[in-house]
Design a protein around this ligand. Structure first.
Ligand SMILES: [Zn+2]
Length: 238
Protein backbone atom coordinates (compact mmCIF):
# COMPACT_ATOMS: atom_id res chain seq x y z
CA UNK A 1 0.00 0.00 0.00
CA UNK A 2 1.52 3.23 -1.07
CA UNK A 3 1.28 6.44 0.81
CA UNK A 4 -0.19 8.20 -2.23
CA UNK A 5 -3.24 5.95 -2.08
CA UNK A 6 -6.09 8.13 -0.81
CA UNK A 7 -7.53 5.49 1.54
CA UNK A 8 -4.13 4.80 3.02
CA UNK A 9 -3.55 8.52 3.51
CA UNK A 10 -6.73 8.63 5.57
CA UNK A 11 -5.44 5.71 7.63
CA UNK A 12 -2.16 7.55 8.21
CA UNK A 13 -4.16 10.57 9.34
CA UNK A 14 -6.14 8.38 11.74
CA UNK A 15 -2.92 6.86 13.04
CA UNK A 16 -1.46 10.32 13.71
CA UNK A 17 -4.56 11.38 15.66
CA UNK A 18 -4.64 8.07 17.52
CA UNK A 19 -1.06 8.52 18.66
CA UNK A 20 -1.63 12.11 19.71
CA UNK A 21 -4.65 11.01 21.72
CA UNK A 22 -2.73 8.15 23.33
CA UNK A 23 0.17 10.33 24.41
CA UNK A 24 -2.24 12.95 25.80
CA UNK A 25 -4.11 10.26 27.68
CA UNK A 26 -0.86 9.00 29.18
CA UNK A 27 0.01 12.55 30.24
CA UNK A 28 -3.51 13.07 31.59
CA UNK A 29 -3.39 9.83 33.59
CA UNK A 30 -0.04 10.78 35.11
CA UNK A 31 -1.35 14.15 36.34
CA UNK A 32 -2.93 12.93 39.62
CA UNK A 33 0.41 11.37 40.54
CA UNK A 34 2.34 14.56 39.82
CA UNK A 35 -0.25 16.62 41.72
CA UNK A 36 -0.12 14.39 44.79
CA UNK A 37 3.68 14.49 44.64
CA UNK A 38 3.54 18.31 44.80
CA UNK A 39 0.93 18.17 47.57
CA UNK A 40 3.13 15.98 49.71
CA UNK A 41 6.00 18.44 49.20
CA UNK A 42 3.69 21.28 50.35
CA UNK A 43 2.70 19.22 53.39
CA UNK A 44 6.36 18.67 54.32
CA UNK A 45 7.10 22.41 54.07
CA UNK A 46 4.08 23.28 56.19
CA UNK A 47 5.05 20.66 58.74
CA UNK A 48 8.49 22.29 59.00
CA UNK A 49 6.86 25.64 59.80
CA UNK A 50 4.57 23.94 62.33
CA UNK A 51 7.46 22.25 64.11
CA UNK A 52 9.46 25.52 64.27
CA UNK A 53 6.40 27.25 65.74
CA UNK A 54 6.04 24.40 68.21
CA UNK A 55 9.65 24.84 69.33
CA UNK A 56 9.13 28.59 69.82
CA UNK A 57 6.03 27.92 71.91
CA UNK A 58 7.81 25.45 74.15
CA UNK A 59 10.68 27.92 74.71
CA UNK A 60 8.15 30.62 75.52
CA UNK A 61 6.42 28.32 78.00
CA UNK A 62 9.75 27.48 79.61
CA UNK A 63 10.64 31.17 79.87
CA UNK A 64 7.27 32.02 81.46
CA UNK A 65 7.52 29.30 84.04
CA UNK A 66 11.07 30.39 84.98
CA UNK A 67 9.80 33.95 85.33
CA UNK A 68 7.07 32.76 87.68
CA UNK A 69 9.55 30.77 89.76
CA UNK A 70 11.86 33.80 90.02
CA UNK A 71 8.95 36.01 91.12
CA UNK A 72 7.83 33.52 93.68
CA UNK A 73 11.40 33.26 95.06
CA UNK A 74 11.51 37.07 95.33
CA UNK A 75 8.29 37.04 97.31
CA UNK A 76 9.64 34.32 99.60
CA UNK A 77 12.82 36.32 100.18
CA UNK A 78 10.81 39.46 101.09
CA UNK A 79 8.63 37.42 103.43
CA UNK A 80 11.60 35.84 105.21
CA UNK A 81 13.34 39.20 105.51
CA UNK A 82 10.22 40.66 107.13
CA UNK A 83 10.11 37.71 109.50
CA UNK A 84 13.74 38.33 110.35
CA UNK A 85 12.82 41.84 111.57
CA UNK A 86 10.42 40.38 114.05
CA UNK A 87 12.43 37.53 115.59
CA UNK A 88 14.05 38.02 118.97
CA UNK A 89 16.40 35.07 119.26
CA UNK A 90 19.75 35.16 117.65
CA UNK A 91 19.61 31.52 116.43
CA UNK A 92 16.19 32.15 114.82
CA UNK A 93 17.66 35.18 113.10
CA UNK A 94 20.62 33.11 111.89
CA UNK A 95 18.36 30.29 110.64
CA UNK A 96 16.35 32.81 108.58
CA UNK A 97 19.58 34.34 107.33
CA UNK A 98 20.69 30.92 106.04
CA UNK A 99 17.30 30.29 104.48
CA UNK A 100 17.38 33.67 102.74
CA UNK A 101 20.89 33.00 101.41
CA UNK A 102 19.67 29.66 100.01
CA UNK A 103 16.67 31.36 98.35
CA UNK A 104 18.93 34.02 96.82
CA UNK A 105 21.18 31.28 95.44
CA UNK A 106 18.22 29.51 93.91
CA UNK A 107 16.96 32.76 92.47
CA UNK A 108 20.26 33.63 90.85
CA UNK A 109 20.47 30.10 89.36
CA UNK A 110 16.98 30.51 87.90
CA UNK A 111 17.91 33.93 86.53
CA UNK A 112 20.92 32.45 84.75
CA UNK A 113 18.70 29.72 83.30
CA UNK A 114 16.18 32.35 82.25
CA UNK A 115 18.80 34.39 80.40
CA UNK A 116 19.93 31.25 78.52
CA UNK A 117 16.34 30.53 77.50
CA UNK A 118 15.77 34.14 76.40
CA UNK A 119 18.89 33.99 74.19
CA UNK A 120 17.69 30.68 72.69
CA UNK A 121 14.28 32.21 72.15
CA UNK A 122 15.79 35.19 70.30
CA UNK A 123 17.79 32.87 68.05
CA UNK A 124 14.82 30.61 67.45
CA UNK A 125 12.62 33.58 66.57
CA UNK A 126 15.18 34.90 64.09
CA UNK A 127 15.73 31.46 62.50
CA UNK A 128 12.07 30.71 62.27
CA UNK A 129 11.34 34.10 60.71
CA UNK A 130 13.92 33.49 57.97
CA UNK A 131 12.86 29.87 57.48
CA UNK A 132 9.22 30.77 57.38
CA UNK A 133 9.64 33.40 54.68
CA UNK A 134 11.80 31.02 52.62
CA UNK A 135 9.31 28.20 53.07
CA UNK A 136 6.38 30.46 52.22
CA UNK A 137 8.10 31.35 48.95
CA UNK A 138 8.64 27.66 48.22
CA UNK A 139 5.05 26.79 49.07
CA UNK A 140 3.82 29.59 46.80
CA UNK A 141 5.86 28.18 43.91
CA UNK A 142 4.63 24.66 44.62
CA UNK A 143 1.04 25.87 44.75
CA UNK A 144 1.53 27.61 41.41
CA UNK A 145 2.86 24.34 39.98
CA UNK A 146 -0.15 22.50 41.31
CA UNK A 147 -2.49 25.07 39.76
CA UNK A 148 -0.68 24.78 36.42
CA UNK A 149 -1.02 21.02 36.47
CA UNK A 150 -4.71 21.09 37.16
CA UNK A 151 -5.19 23.66 34.38
CA UNK A 152 -3.13 21.39 32.14
CA UNK A 153 -5.55 18.59 33.03
CA UNK A 154 -8.51 20.64 31.86
CA UNK A 155 -6.73 21.52 28.63
CA UNK A 156 -5.76 17.92 27.97
CA UNK A 157 -9.28 16.71 28.69
CA UNK A 158 -10.81 19.04 26.14
CA UNK A 159 -8.06 18.29 23.60
CA UNK A 160 -8.64 14.54 24.07
CA UNK A 161 -12.39 15.01 23.59
CA UNK A 162 -11.75 17.04 20.45
CA UNK A 163 -9.42 14.33 19.08
CA UNK A 164 -11.99 11.63 19.90
CA UNK A 165 -14.59 13.27 17.71
CA UNK A 166 -12.01 13.94 14.97
CA UNK A 167 -10.99 10.27 15.12
CA UNK A 168 -14.61 9.20 14.81
CA UNK A 169 -15.02 11.44 11.80
CA UNK A 170 -11.81 10.23 10.14
CA UNK A 171 -12.67 6.59 10.87
CA UNK A 172 -16.08 6.85 9.23
CA UNK A 173 -14.41 7.74 5.92
CA UNK A 174 -12.00 4.80 5.77
CA UNK A 175 -12.42 1.48 3.98
CA UNK A 176 -13.64 -1.33 6.33
CA UNK A 177 -10.88 -3.73 5.40
CA UNK A 178 -8.14 -1.20 6.12
CA UNK A 179 -9.75 -0.34 9.45
CA UNK A 180 -9.97 -3.99 10.35
CA UNK A 181 -6.26 -4.49 9.53
CA UNK A 182 -5.37 -1.41 11.55
CA UNK A 183 -7.42 -2.51 14.57
CA UNK A 184 -5.79 -5.95 14.49
CA UNK A 185 -2.33 -4.39 14.30
CA UNK A 186 -3.08 -2.24 17.34
CA UNK A 187 -3.90 -5.42 19.27
CA UNK A 188 -0.77 -7.25 18.15
CA UNK A 189 1.84 -4.50 18.44
CA UNK A 190 2.60 -3.69 22.05
CA UNK A 191 3.37 0.00 21.56
CA UNK A 192 3.05 2.69 18.91
CA UNK A 193 3.72 3.42 16.11
CA UNK A 194 1.32 0.94 14.56
CA UNK A 195 2.16 2.10 11.04
CA UNK A 196 5.80 2.64 10.09
CA UNK A 197 7.45 3.69 6.83
CA UNK A 198 10.05 1.41 5.27
CA UNK A 199 13.46 2.99 4.90
CA UNK A 200 15.57 1.14 2.34
CA UNK A 201 14.40 -2.32 3.30
CA UNK A 202 14.17 -1.65 7.01
CA UNK A 203 11.00 -1.26 9.05
CA UNK A 204 11.35 2.06 10.91
CA UNK A 205 9.12 0.68 13.69
CA UNK A 206 11.46 -2.10 14.80
CA UNK A 207 14.59 -1.20 12.80
CA UNK A 208 14.81 -4.71 11.38
CA UNK A 209 15.14 -5.71 7.76
CA UNK A 210 11.95 -6.99 6.12
CA UNK A 211 11.81 -9.79 3.52
CA UNK A 212 11.59 -9.22 -0.24
CA UNK A 213 8.04 -10.56 -0.08
CA UNK A 214 7.07 -7.68 2.19
CA UNK A 215 8.64 -5.15 -0.16
CA UNK A 216 6.95 -6.66 -3.17
CA UNK A 217 3.60 -6.82 -1.37
CA UNK A 218 3.85 -3.10 -0.70
CA UNK A 219 5.32 -1.98 -4.00
CA UNK A 220 3.89 -4.40 -6.54
CA UNK A 221 0.70 -5.77 -5.09
CA UNK A 222 0.05 -2.54 -3.17
CA UNK A 223 -1.69 -4.44 -0.39
CA UNK A 224 -1.99 -3.63 3.28
CA UNK A 225 1.26 -5.23 4.43
CA UNK A 226 2.75 -6.02 7.82
CA UNK A 227 6.39 -6.06 8.86
CA UNK A 228 7.34 -9.72 9.12
CA UNK A 229 9.42 -8.92 12.22
CA UNK A 230 7.17 -6.78 14.42
CA UNK A 231 3.75 -6.91 12.79
CA UNK A 232 3.45 -3.15 12.16
CA UNK A 233 1.78 -1.96 8.96
CA UNK A 234 4.52 -0.84 6.60
CA UNK A 235 4.56 1.43 3.54
CA UNK A 236 6.91 3.48 1.41
CA UNK A 237 6.87 7.25 1.83
CA UNK A 238 6.63 8.30 -1.78
ZN1 LIG B 1 9.00 -3.96 12.07
Amino acid sequence: MLSNNLEFKKLLLLHGKDRRKQSMETEFNNLPNSISHIESKIEIENATIASATQELRSLETESNSLENEINSLSEQIVRQKNKQLEVKKNEEYQALENEIAGLIDQQSQKEDDHIKILLKLDDAKETSKIAESKICEKVKLLEADRKNLSEKGTELKSEIDRLKSEIEETTSGIDEELLHGYARTKKVVSRPPYIAPLEEQKCSGCNLRVSNDVVSSVLVEQKLTHCDQCGRIVYFER
